[in-house]
Write a protein that binds this ligand. Structure first.
Ligand code: PLP
Ligand SMILES: N[C@@H](CCOP(=O)(O)O)C(=O)O
Length: 432
């Protein structure tokens, strides 16, 4: 498979180049040159397959020219040692729990697959690698876990100071070894800007083998499509159309869902659910795309004012606004609305949602009401609620279960390096 740049379609790279270079030289994003369709037989029998069998099949369709099937099977089984269960919340509403991996957020799927893929290529080439990653809370923790002590790889995480939860921050700042956290006096968009600038700086790119572990890297995005297939497999027997509601910030997750759809997954509709950072829902109703400075909300990991993957969304629909609107609806919610649904679901079903998941639940409810359609709704639970312990407990006025691996973090000492939103300072830090 070749990958083209969204800015210059003739600028292409093979898988290994696309993964390690991460961003094309024209500052676009890599996209698969074509989207393969999965065999009908695979979709007809998908409910009989395990998560890893599904993941291998999808990965093979996309990457089978570059990596032998047996190696892909090993990459998949090394990466996905946890499940993505679908649970029924109300008769037609299901939750896809994506928080059973090491960092307890959906980012584990992308980060662990990417780490396994990079290690596969590195074993063959022996390159030293410096990974840069910007996080609004969860990517950093998943990438830190995914690359911790991986030989030949160091990871620098940039996160917005004071804008991530206590547990998220501990996940970024307590591992040490090859993981360093830079605490940026700014927003997530500032962190993302600093990282993107580094990839455009010739002194840095000549001196280091730089790679990104954000969803701008196609190796992060592709594995996020696997769980859409796995979720469909779990509800297929109900025989109704399936709608996914995706809590969105940088729009990697939704782009991966649409990639799955384009590969043949029968999805009736997608809902882009956001907090007050609503540039994409606004675009979907106005056709004008205006990135804005991010606004702080209680679903902090979705506080993104200039989503990286917007361009991929448009490319997946051949830049045809009407086609996007037919398949994707956008809704945005205030913090009050988010907390209200967290309380409502908890009191009616005892199910505890993190604020990001609650935004997705709200999107599903709104679409159900607006469309009047009969469907199986799946909202994505992107993080374990205990990652936002204070907020969730205050909202529900109840104490919640904290998994041991999160609780243990609380007593660890945070180690971070403060920096300003200043590219020269960041560059000086990297150059040492
Ligand atoms: C818990 C959680 N939910 C949702 C999102 C938004 O996902 P995406 O950036 O892929 O749109 C994030 C961050 O990416 C997150 O950490
Ligand atoms: N919400 C993310 C922001 C980065 O998103 P990515 O998917 O592009 O890596 C986070 O939690 O860090």
């Amino acid at each position: 498979m070749l990958f083209y740049s969204t800015r210059t379609s003739s600028l292409k790279a093979n898988l290994e180049e696309a993964v390690f270079r991460s961003l094309p030289s024209d500052n676009g994003l890599y996209m698969p040159e074509f989207i393969p369709t999965l065999p009908q037989e695979f979709l007809e029998t998908i409910e009989n397959r395990t998560f890893n069998e599904i993941a291998t099949e999808v990965a093979f369709a996309l990457l089978g020219d570059d990596i032998p099937r047996l190696d892909l099977e090993n990459i998949v089984s090394g990466a996905f040692t946890f499940e993505a269960p679908v649970a029924q919340i109300t008769p037609d509403n299901f939750v896809l729990e994506l928080f059973h991996g090491p960092s307890m957020a959906f980012k584990d799927f992308g980060a662990r697959f990417m780490a396994a893929l990079m290690s596969y290529f590195l074993t063959r080439s022996n390159k030293e690698l410096k990974i840069l990653v910007a996080t609004s809370g969860d990517t950093g923790g998943a990438v830190a876990q995914g690359f911790y002590k991986v030989p030949g790889i160091s990871v620098t995480i940039l996160y917005p100071s004071g804008k991530v939860s206590e547990i998220q921050e501990k996940q970024l700042t307590t591992l040490g070894h090859n993981i360093t956290a830079l605490e940026v006096a700014g927003s997530f968009d500032d962190c993302q800007w600093l990282v993107k600038e580094a990839f455009l700086d010739s002194e840095l790119t000549e001196r280091f083998n730089l790679a990104s572990a954000n969803s701008i890297n196609i190796a992060r995005l592709i594995p996020q499509s696997f769980y859409y297939f796995a979720a469909y497999a779990q509800v297929k027997k109900m025989g109704k159309p399936v709608v996914f509601s995706v809590p969105s910030g940088n729009f990697g997750n939704l782009s991966a869902g649409i990639l799955a759809y384009k590969m043949g997954l029968p999805v009736h509709h997608f809902i882009a659910s956001t907090n007050a950072n609503n540039v994409v829902p606004r675009y979907l109703t106005s056709n004008s795309y205006t990135p804005l400075p991010s606004i702080e909300t209680i679903s902090n990991a979705m506080d993104v004012g200039n989503p990286s993957n917007f361009v991929r969304l448009t490319k997946l629909f051949d830049e045809d606004w009407e086609k996007i609107r037919e398949k994707v609806s956008g809704y945005y919610f205030t913090d009050d609305e988010t907390q209200e649904s967290m309380r409502q679901i908890f009191s009616e079903t005892n199910y505890v949602m993190c604020p990001h998941t609650a935004v997705a639940y709200n999107g599903l409810q709104k679409y159900r009401k607006d469309s009047g359609e009969d469907f199986i709704g799946i909202f994505l639970a992107t993080a374990h609620p205990a990652k936002f312990l204070d907020l969730v407990e205050k909202t529900l006025d109840s104490s919640i279960y904290i998994p041991e691996r999160l609780e243990n973090l609380l007593s660890l000492e945070k180690i971070s390096i403060p920096i300003n939103v200043d590219f020269d300072a960041f560059k000086a830090y990297l150059l040492g």
